[in-house]
Design a protein. Structure first.
Length: 317
C-alpha cells in the first residue's frame, strides 16, 4: 500500500510541476494600467499585475525570469519578476517609451522613445540607462539580431528601418520601406527582415545581405505586428482595421489566407510549442488563440480593458 501511495504522490507532483512549467503570456492592458498573466496550459488569466500608465509594449527575457513593460504615459518601464509575478522595479526613461526588445544574452534592454526619437539601451543588471541613440522620426518597432550584433529600428514617420551596430552603438544603414512601418520581425535563417507598414497595407521584405527592400507583400488594412513560423513556413500579420491575421507563405512571399479574429488585433506571439498563436485584440479585450495547423481560432481568453501586448509576450518556459 505504501508503494502505491508513493507512486501516486510522485505522479501528482509530476503533474503539478508540468502545470507550473507551462509558459505564461503577459498581456499589457492599456485601458486598465495592468498586465494580465495567462497560464497557456489552461488558457485562463491567473493574475492581474498593476503597472505604469497606459502600458503597451512587452518583452519577456530569454531566460523567462523577467518581463519588461513599456508605459508611454508614465514614461517608464515596469520590471516584472516571473516567479513572484510582481513589479520589482520601475525605470524612468524618455518621453514616451513604446517598442521594447531584449538582447539574446538578456544583458541589454532596448526601448524606443516614440516622442523623443531615441532608442535607450538599458543595463539589465543595474536597471539603469547605459546610452541612448538618436534614430528616425517616431520609432515604433524594435528587434535584436539573434547574434547580438545589430538592432533593427522601424521609424514610422520616416518610412525607414535603421540598423544599429551594437558594438559602437551607431547607425550603419537606413533602408526605405513601405508607408508607416510599425512592427518588425527577423528571419535569421533566410537573412530577411519583415516590416508591417500600417498606411500602405503591406509587408516590406528586406534582404539583410543587400541591405535593401526586395519586395512588398499586400496584406490587410492597417497591418501592425508580425510573427514568423519557421516550422510551417508562414508569416503571420495582424491587421488592425480588417480584424484579421494575414497568412503569408514564407517560401513564395505571398498572402495565402486571412484568419478572422477579434476587433483591432495588435500583438501576436507564437507559443513555444509551435502549434498555437496568440493574438491580442485591443477593442475586444480578448486574446484569440489560433491553431497554426488548421489556421482556425480555437479559444478566446478575456483580459482587462484595452489589451495590446505589443512585443514578444510569451515566456519560453
Amino acid at each position: 500500500m505504501s508503494v502505491i501511495k508513493a507512486v501516486i504522490s510522485f505522479l501528482v507532483l509530476s503533474c503539478n510541476c508540468a502545470l507550473q512549467a507551462q509558459p505564461y503570456a503577459f498581456i499589457t492592458n492599456q485601458g486598465s494600467d495592468s498586465v494580465s498573466v495567462i497560464d497557456t496550459y489552461q488558457n485562463k488569466v491567473i493574475k492581474t499585475i498593476p503597472v505604469g500608465r497606459k502600458p503597451a509594449g512587452v518583452v519577456v527575457s530569454n531566460d523567462s525570469k523577467r518581463v519588461y513593460i513599456s508605459n508611454p504615459e508614465s514614461r517608464d518601464i515596469s520590471v516584472i519578476d516571473t516567479e513572484s509575478l510582481s513589479v520589482i522595479k520601475t525605470i524612468n526613461v524618455g518621453g514616451g517609451p513604446l517598442a521594447i526588445a531584449i538582447s539574446p544574452n538578456d544583458e541589454s534592454l532596448y526601448v524606443a522613445d516614440w516622442y523623443e526619437d531615441n532608442v535607450y539601451i538599458i543595463d539589465t543588471d543595474s536597471l539603469t540607462v547605459r546610452i541612448k541613440v538618436n534614430v528616425g522620426d517616431s520609432p515604433s518597432g524594435l528587434i535584436a539580431d539573434p547574434n547580438g550584433l545589430f538592432l533593427y529600428v522601424a521609424n514610422r514617420d520616416d518610412n525607414t528601418v535603421m540598423i544599429i551596430d551594437l558594438n559602437d552603438n551607431i547607425i550603419i544603414n537606413t533602408i526605405k520601406v513601405g508607408k508607416a512601418p510599425f512592427g518588425i520581425a527577423i528571419d535569421s535563417e533566410r537573412k530577411k527582415l519583415y516590416s508591417a507598414n500600417v498606411q500602405s497595407g503591406d509587408v516590406s521584405v528586406i534582404d539583410l545581405y543587400k541591405k535593401k527592400t526586395i519586395k512588398h507583400v499586400k496584406v490587410g488594412d492597417f497591418p501592425y505586428a508580425i510573427e514568423v513560423d519557421k516550422k510551417n513556413n508562414r508569416i503571420f500579420v495582424t491587421n488592425q482595421r480588417s480584424n484579421t491575421v494575414s497568412v503569408i507563405d514564407r517560401n513564395i512571399l505571398k498572402t495565402v489566407s486571412h484568419i478572422e479574429v477579434g476587433e483591432y488585433p495588435e500583438g501576436i506571439s507564437l507559443h513555444p510549442d509551435k502549434n498555437r498563436l496568440y493574438v491580442a485584440n485591443w477593442f475586444d479585450n480578448m486574446i484569440s488563440v489560433i491553431d497554426v495547423n488548421s489556421l482556425e481560432v480555437v479559444d478566446e481568453i478575456g483580459t482587462e480593458d484595452g489589451c495590446r501586448a505589443y512585443g514578444q509576450f510569451i515566456s519560453k518556459h
